[in-house]
Design a protein around this ligand. Structure first.
Ligand SMILES: [Mn+2]
Length: 240
């Protein structure tokens, strides 16, 4: 058996190939695993758990099928889907994780994070993050009329497609001191995170930092089993 980690799928109606790849990943690879950890930014934009879109329903149903089949499903919020809430989690049969979560499996121990809080050199972003994660701001946003939120999400997606802001170059990398501090605070020698879209395995003086990739032309999955960690990628075909 194995435990799988993915992040930064940025599911959006404009990129149906990624949703298709995710649905087949769930019914195939993930259903043969013990646990699936989704470390944030599953969606390019999440306007609230009352999202009536077909894509939102399809993804939630597929996640529910997975958890019903006995696979443990864990989800962290990212910076783009920070409005993922209790209703979504319940419908999917998932467990919501905090921003810093320790995973233990087969004698391995790792800290799992989305990773945006580690990009401390991006002052503007950290200011936005503090605002966006403020419960009053989140409450106000999630209580806007659905139509307003749908318009907001469309604008966000259009902006992000236009700016290509999902490209790694547009996202600042993690700060080494922030990484060392969070690993030390949690007493781990392995950190797994996404967000930066720079999939790689970095040896550290005190262990390792494993970075998941975003799903675009390639999909990325980190597999943990008895033999250790394995960061894998596969081609996402845009053909139907
Ligand atoms: Mn992110």
């Amino acid at each position: 058996m194995s435990v799988l980690f993915i992040s930064d799928l940025h599911l959006a109606p404009e990129r149906p190939a990624v949703t298709r790849a995710f649905l087949s990943f769930l019914s195939d690879r993930a259903s043969a695993s013990e646990s699936l950890y989704i470390l944030g930014d599953l969606f390019e934009a999440w306007i609230g758990d009352d999202d009536p879109s077909a894509m939102a329903a399809e993804v939630q149903d597929a996640l529910r099928n997975l958890s019903d089949s006995g696979v443990n499903l864990f989800i962290q919020q990212g910076n783009r889907d920070f409005l993922l809430g209790k209703r979504f989690i319940k419908r999917c049969g998932a467990v919501m994780l905090g921003d810093e979560h320790i995973v233990e499996y087969a004698g391995h121990r790792a800290l799992a994070m989305h990773g945006d809080s580690l990009c401390t050199d991006d002052i503007d972003y950290q200011r936005f993050r503090r605002k966006a994660r403020n419960p009053i701001y989140m409450w106000c946003l999630s209580h806007l009329p659905l139509k307003r939120r749908q318009k907001l999400a469309t604008d966000w997606r259009a902006k992000s497609m236009a700016a290509n802001s999902n490209k790694a170059s547009a996202i600042m990398d993690v700060n080494a001191q922030a990484v060392a501090t969070v690993m030390d605070n949690n007493g781990v020698d392995v950190l797994i995170h996404g967000h930066t879209h720079r999939p790689n395995r970095h040896a550290l003086a005190t262990g390792e930092r494993i970075v998941l990739g975003d799903w675009h032309d390639l999909g990325w999955v980190l597999c943990l089993d008895d033999s250790g960690y394995n960061l894998e990628s596969f081609v996402i075909s845009s053909q139907k």
